[in-house]
Ligand binder design. Structure first.
Ligand code: BGC
Length: 619
C-alpha cells in the first residue's frame, strides 16, 4: 500500500471516528453491481458503449431520435438550457419524460442519467425553494442542516425528473476575487470537508437506490479554488484591454499543498460514497485537470479508490492543448475521463471516439472500464430495475417549493447570517418601532438575494423567482400592526423614521463573469447609507454578496452590519435575526479584507484583515 493511500485511509477512518459519518454505515462498494454491469457490457456494441460516455446538452439535440442513433446514455441541462415551454415545473417534468421515454425505446432500454446544476436548491425551476449559496452555509457550519437542505434539493430535483445534481462544489477558494467564491463553503478545508460530506449524504440520501435521491457530483477536481490571477487580453479581441482573470486558471502549488487544501473535499466525499466527480476546467502546474492522468487515475481512482465515474466539465475537453478535437478526446479519455459533457458537438465526439478505438489510440479496455463505471452507478440507482418507472414521479409535485421545504431554507438563512458590527445594541430591533425605512437596491429584489445560478446561469436582478420573501416583505410581515414600513431604492424618505435598514451589495453573476479585482461596495450603495445616516437615524446594513466586500466606506457610518451573503428565497430568516426571534449565529467562512490592503488575495504581502475567519458577533 502506498504511503498516500495509507494516509488517505487513516484520515477517512478518523472522520468516521469523529462521528461525521455517524448514523450511516460506509456505503457498500459498487463492485456488488459488477456482475450485472459486465453482463450488460457484454451485450453492447462499441457504438452503444460510446453512447453511454456521451453527454450532450439537451438544447443542442438536433433530433430526439439522436438518443437512439447515438445510443446516448446521458443528457444535461447546463446554464440557460431550459425547456422551450418555459421554466415551470410541468415544462421541466414533461421535457425529462419526453427524453427518458425515447431512451426506454432503444434496443437495450438503458435509461438516461439526466444531470442539472441544482447547486442551491433546484435553482433552474420556477417555484423551487432556493437555499443560501454554499458560502452562507459555511458560516452556519451545521452539517445536519446542510444534509437536510440537500435532501430537499434531491426531492425537488426528482419531482421534475432528473436524477443527478452537479453538486456539491467542494472548491476551497483561496482568493475572494474569484467569481465562484460563493460556490465554496469556506476558505478553510476543514469546513469544506465536513459540509461537502453532509451535502453528499443529503443528496444521495440513505441509498443511491432511493427513488427520491439524486446522484451527487463533487466538483471541480482539483484545485479550482487555488488559481493564480492574471491579466488576459481577450484572444478574439486583441484590441481590447486586458481583463482580470482567475476562473479556469492555473493552480501553481506543490502536491502536498494540493492535498492539504484542495483535496480535502474529496477525502470526505469519496468515502461517503459520492459516485460522480467533475474534473475542473483549471490546470494544476500548467496541466489541465481534464487531461491529468496522475490526478484522475492515479490519485482519485487508484489511491482514493473512487468507484464512480468522472464527468468532464462543459466542453472542457476542448481546452486541452492538442490541436484537434479528436486528439483532445484521446488525451482526456486516456487520462481517465469516463463521460464527456460534450455538450454541442456530440456527433463529432461519438464518431471520433469510435475511430480512436479502431486505431487503438484509445484502448478498448479503457472504454470498457468507463462504461462499467457508468453502468454500475445506474444499477445502484435502480435505473435498470424493471419494476420501477423511470419517468418522473409527479406525486412529488405536491411538496415542490412547499412551506415545509421553505422552513428548512429559512433556518439555513437564520443560521448563516454573520453580525459584523452592532454599535449601541442597535440590533435586535423592536417589532413595535413607529416607522422603519427599508432602502437600497436589494431591499425588494429576490434576484439579488439569490445570486447567480438562479433560473438563469448568471442569475438575474429583479423579481425573477416566484415564492419566497424579500427583506422588505419579511420586515412588513414581522412588525406590529402599529409599525409603518416605508421604502425607497436610494435611501431618500428616511427622515423621521425610527430607524433604517439598507440592503445593498453585489448583483448576480456566475463563474468567470464574477472575477473582479475591485471589491469595493458600489458608490450608489454607499450613497444609500449616507443619505439615510444624514437624517440622524440609526442604520442597519444588510449585505448581499458572493464574497466579503470592501466596506470601509460605510463601516464607520453604519450602526450595525449583517453579512447575509446570498441567502436565497427565504428573507423571513433575515427578519428572524433582525427582530431577535433568533440570535445571530453565523461565523465568517472567509477572512474579510480591509480596504487599505494593497491586494485582496489573502496570502499576498499587502493583504490586511478586517475580520478574521470565524468572526461573528452575537446579541
Ligand atoms: C460549470 C460547472 C457546471 C457545468 C454544467 C460549467 O460551466 O463549470 O460547474 O456543472 O457548467 O452546467
Amino acid at each position: 500500500m502506498s504511503k498516500n493511500r495509507r494516509q488517505f485511509l487513516t484520515e477517512s477512518l478518523a472522520l468516521l471516528a469523529a462521528g461525521r459519518l455517524s448514523g450511516q454505515a460506509r456505503p457498500a462498494s459498487l463492485r456488488a453491481f459488477d456482475r450485472p454491469a459486465r453482463a450488460l457490457l457484454a451485450q453492447m456494441t462499441l457504438d452503444e458503449k460510446i453512447g453511454q460516455m456521451t453527454q450532450p446538452d439537451q438544447m443542442f439535440l438536433k433530433s430526439i431520435d439522436d438518443i437512439d442513433t447515438y445510443h446516448l446514455g446521458s443528457l444535461l441541462s447546463g446554464g440557460d438550457s431550459d425547456p422551450k415551454a418555459g421554466n415551470g415545473l410541468i415544462a421541466w417534468t414533461d421535457l425529462y419524460d419526453l427524453y427518458q421515454s425515447r431512451a426506454l425505446k432503444t434496443r437495450l432500454k438503458i435509461p438516461l442519467l439526466y444531470g442539472i446544476d441544482a447547486v442551491h436548491g433546484h435553482n433552474n425551476v420556477l417555484g423551487a425553494v432556493i437555499f443560501p449559496h454554499n458560502i452562507g452555509l459555511g458560516c452556519a457550519r451545521d452539517a445536519g442542516l446542510v444534509e437536510r437542505a440537500a435532501q430537499i434539493t434531491a426531492t425537488e430535483v426528482r419531482a421534475s425528473g432528473p436524477q443527478w445534481a452537479f453538486a456539491p462544489c467542494v472548491a476551497v477558494p483561496q482568493d475572494i476575487r474569484w467569481g465562484r467564491t460563493y460556490e465554496g463553503f469556506s476558505e478553510d478545508p476543514r469546513v469544506v470537508r465536513e459540509l461537502g460530506l453532509a451535502a453528499v449524504r443529503g443528496l444521495q440520501k440513505d441509498s443511491l437506490g432511493n427513488p427520491q435521491a439524486v446522484l451527487a457530483c463533487s466538483k471541480h477536481f482539483a484545485g479550482d479554488g487555488g488559481t493564480t490571477a492574471k491579466m488576459v487580453v481577450p484572444p478574439d479581441h486583441p484590441d481590447r484591454p486586458a481583463q482580470f482573470k482567475l476562473d479556469q486558471g492555473d493552480t501553481q502549488i506543490d502536491e502536498a499543498t494540493l492535498r492539504r487544501i484542495h483535496l480535502q473535499g474529496y477525502m470526505s466525499t469519496v468515502p461517503a460514497g459520492v459516485r460522480s466527480i467533475m474534473p475542473s476546467y483549471s490546470s494544476w502546474n500548467g496541466v489541465k485537470c481534464s487531461g491529468n492522468h496522475h490526478l484522475l487515475t492515479e490519485i482519485l481512482k487508484k489511491e482514493m479508490g473512487f468507484e464512480g465515474f468522472l464527468i468532464s466539465d462543459y466542453a472542457a475537453v476542448n481546452q486541452l492543448p492538442e490541436k484537434t478535437y479528436k486528439e483532445q478526446i484521446a488525451h482526456s479519455i486516456n487520462a481517465g475521463m469516463d463521460m464527456v459533457m460534450v455538450p454541442e458537438k456530440y456527433v463529432e465526439f461519438f464518431t471520433f471516439l469510435g475511430e480512436l478505438v479502431h486505431a487503438k489510440s484509445v484502448p478498448l479496455a479503457r472504454i470498457d472500464d468507463a462504461v462499467l463505471r457508468i453502468l454500475r452507478v445506474k444499477l445502484a440507482m435502480g435505473l435498470m430495475d424493471a419494476s420501477r418507472s423511470q419517468l418522473a414521479d409527479r406525486g412529488l409535485h405536491r411538496s415542490f417549493g412547499s412551506a415545509e421545504h421553505r422552513a428548512v431554507a429559512r433556518e439555513c438563512v437564520r443560521k448563516s447570517l454573520v453580525l459584523l458590527k452592532n454599535d449601541g445594541r442597535t440590533l435586535p430591533l423592536s417589532k413595535g418601532a413607529a416607522r422603519i425605512h427599508v432602502a437600497g437596491k436589494s431591499a425588494d429584489n429576490i434576484g439579488n438575494q439569490c445570486g447567480g445560478w438562479t433560473v438563469k446561469w448568471q442569475g438575474q436582478t429583479g423579481p425573477v423567482v416566484p415564492g419566497g420573501t424579500t427583506v422588505l416583505a419579511a420586515v412588513k410581515k414581522a412588525v406590529s400592526s402599529a409599525t409603518q414600513v416605508t421604502t425607497s431604492a436610494d435611501g431618500s424618505g428616511a427622515a423621521g423614521a425610527t430607524l433604517g435598514i439598507a440592503v445593498v451589495g453585489e448583483t448576480p453573476y456566475a463563474e468567470f463573469m464574477g472575477d473582479r479585482q475591485d471589491l469595493r461596495l458600489a458608490p450608489e450603495d454607499v450613497a444609500v447609507i449616507e443619505t439615510m445616516k444624514s437624517t440622524g437615524i440609526p442604520v442597519v446594513v444588510i449585505l448581499f454578496s458572493g464574497r466579503p466586500l470592501v466596506i470601509d466606506a460605510i463601516l464607520p457610518r453604519a450602526d450595525a452590519v449583517v453579512a447575509a451573503f446570498l441567502p436565497g428565497t427565504e428573507g423571513d430568516g433575515i427578519a428572524d435575526v433582525l427582530f431577535g426571534d433568533a440570535a445571530p449565529a453565523g461565523k465568517l467562512s472567509f477572512t474579510w479584507p480591509r480596504g487599505d490592503s494593497s491586494s485582496l488575495h489573502r496570502g499576498d504581502a499587502g493583504y490586511k484583515t478586517l475580520f478574521p475567519l470565524g468572526f461573528g458577533l452575537g446579541y
